[in-house]
Write a protein that binds this ligand. Structure first.
Ligand SMILES: Nc1ncnc2c1ncn2[C@@H]1O[C@H](COP(=O)(O)OP(=O)(O)O)[C@@H](O)[C@H]1O
Ligand SMILES: [Mg+2]
Length: 544
């Protein structure tokens, strides 16, 4: 089935090809650029092209493929770095240099690497879709190979195989391999969804203590330029207590991604002491890559994440920043001449966003395991204005909101998470969890810490009017302790040893500050002045 190009507008191309389906992949032009059908009309179809359309001409041929945009799921993904269409970046670079050529169809499937496959089933056995038929080893990781559909197995072998070789077959002759393909825009199925109850420990005190996250939950980090979104996302990638991290660098600066990879290559996972890259997959989309590939990248990433979730893993998807994805969506929408909504974003921005974020969750997988997929997405609102459409669209679905505050970042209080305007819907459940598993006093300490921070806020205004000297001793003590909470506890330098705090350490730190506070309170009650109670050295500290 083939046709020709009848119009080109930026990344979108109109073709006179009948019989195409929505979301079908087509090969566009002589170079065979990959594109996806995004609109169908009576006689023609509109295609968004994933590669640079410069040089493409009207009249060039177009061919349908009868396939939708899909990713390959199997060994070879771990430690990998891919573009938005899951093409391994190193291979593209090897072949084309820094300017990725058009029609580059390098894929995971081209890999000559062989993996050891061990069958769990015997020929003659019946299997259902998603049931585990065997495992393939990639380093120390064991990929569970699922049956692509129901049926009777005719053969199943063990040994070393590449992802494109058959390791078995169904009774009707259909081959079975250790790699499967899945359309990125369709969520992978599960038996049922479960409520999230386990914490997602991030090692960041302000998050784990004040705004805790859960495995299977969603969080967004909105923040203006320079407020620390990228550094926070990277800290999550390094320290989060999960089995796997899929990191999507979405349209951010190219050198930022290179630095990230260089650093990750040298680091080890604080939970398992294995190399960090072994549990990381990077999807990189720098701003010089075509918009359509950037739009697709988050779906490619989430599908890979779901694949590992389906093996019973806890997977964390990080995207920095989702605003660049929304901008790609806007660009495509405008080249399709769709009716624009708020600030030029398409009217379906919020529903697309929700559709994507709903792929997070805790599930019972098709093979009866429990897996989770969590998401932490950064948002870069232009001018730091949180009422803009992308922040608002994310807010509707997100379970936690870690608002980065430009004034905190300006004072070099990092992570610049605002402790009044942020929230986490998971705080109650997690408070109970940590009180049970870490320290009985967790909930009480949290409450005390928040009260001190709130009272500080109110007292600060008073202090500005009457001066510190005019204030009551008790209030000056509150200011002193709240300051310690901010500087010693909430601040966490990403470049120091302190970059990671396990829950036990979190509790010990806050406990120390609160115990000092109580001791000083007793001294004041006994009639001592704050200066006397603090002793020498403490006075200056309290007066700052
Ligand atoms: N946790 C942190 N510890 C120390 N410095 C930080 C921290 N977070 C941010 N910074 C500083 O802020 C700068 C900007 O952070 P970045 O993550 O690039 O911001 P954004 O991605 O929001 O533009 C960093 O280069 C670093 O100097
Ligand atoms: Mg950034």
């Amino acid at each position: 089935m083939s046709g020709t190009i009848i119009g080109i507008a930026g990344p979108t191309v109109t073709v006179d090809l009948k019989g195409l389906r929505l979301n079908e992949i087509v090969l566009v032009g002589k170079a065979g650029l990959t594109g996806e059908v995004v609109r169908l009309e009576r006689e023609r179809a509109v295609v968004q092209v994933y590669e640079d359309t410069r040089g493409l001409a009207v009249g060039e041929p177009v061919a349908g493929t009868a396939r939708t945009l899909a990713v390959q799921l199997g060994p070879g993904l771990l430690g990998g770095m891919f573009d938005g269409l899951q093409r391994p970046l190193e291979k593209l670079l090897e072949r084309d240099g820094p300017f990725i050529g058009s029609g580059s169809s390098v894929s995971l499937l081209d890999s000559p690497l062989q993996w050891h496959f061990t069958p769990f089933k015997r020929p003659g056995e019946m299997v259902t879709a998603g049931e585990v038929v065997g495992q393939a080893e990639e380093g120390t990781f064991r990929h569970l190979v699922g049956a692509p559909r129901d049926g009777e197995l005719a053969t199943l072998v063990s040994g070393f195989y590449s992802v494109c070789q058959a390791v078995g077959s169904y009774a009707d002759g259909t081959p079975l391999s250790i790699c499967q393909e899945w359309p990125v825009r369709r969520p992978r199925p599960c038996r049922r969804r479960l409520p999230p109850v386990e914490p997602l420990v991030t090692g960041q005190r302000v998050v784990d203590f004040l705004y805790p996250l859960v495995r299977g939950g969603t969080a967004i980090i909105p923040g203006g330029f320079g407020t620390g979104k990228t550094l926070l996302e990277q800290s999550f990638a390094k320290f989060s207590d999960v089995d796997l991290v899929v990191y999507v660098g979405c349209g951010e600066r190219g050198n930022e991604m290179a630095e990230l990879l260089e650093e990750f290559a040298t680091l080890s996972d604080p939970w398992t002491a294995r190399r960090l890259m072994e549990r990381t997959i990077v999807v990189a989309n720098t701003s010089n890559m075509p918009v359509a590939a950037r739009e697709a990248s988050i779906y490619t990433a989430v599908t890979m994440a779901e694949y590992f979730r389906d093996m019973g893993c806890h997977v964390l998807l990080l995207a920095d920043s989702i605003s660049r994805w929304a901008e790609a969506l806007r660009e495509i929408s405008s080249s399709l001449e769709e009716m624009p909504g708020e600030e030029g974003y398409p009217t379906y921005l919020a529903s697309r966003m929700a559709g994507f974020m709903e792929r997070a969750g805790v599930v019972e997988t098709m093979n009866g395991r429990i897996g989770s997929l969590s998401m932490i997405l950064s948002v870069s609102p232009p001018g730091g204005d949180f009422t803009e459409p992308v922040t608002q669209a994310c807010l509707r679905t997100a379970g936690a909101f870690l608002m980065l505050d430009a004034s905190l970042a300006h004072r070099r209080h990092f992570p610049a998470v605002n402790w009044f305007q942020s929230y986490s819907l998971y705080e109650r459940t997690m408070e109970q969890h940590f009180s049970r598993t870490i320290a009985a006093g967790w909930a009480e300490a949290r409450q005390h810490c928040r009260t001190l921070l709130q009272r500080e806020e109110a007292l600060r205004e008073v202090a500005e009017i009457v001066g510190l000297e005019g204030m009551q001793e008790q209030d000056r003590l509150t200011l002193h302790s709240a300051e310690r909470i901010r500087l010693e506890f909430l601040c966490q330098n990403a470049y120091s040893e302190d970059a990671f705090s396990a829950p036990k350490k979190i509790m010990a730190m806050i406990d120390g500050i609160l115990a000092d506070h109580e001791r000083l309170e007793q001294r004041l009650a006994a009639g001592d002045s704050l200066e006397a109670a603090l002793g020498k050295g403490g006075v200056e500290h309290a007066a700052q």
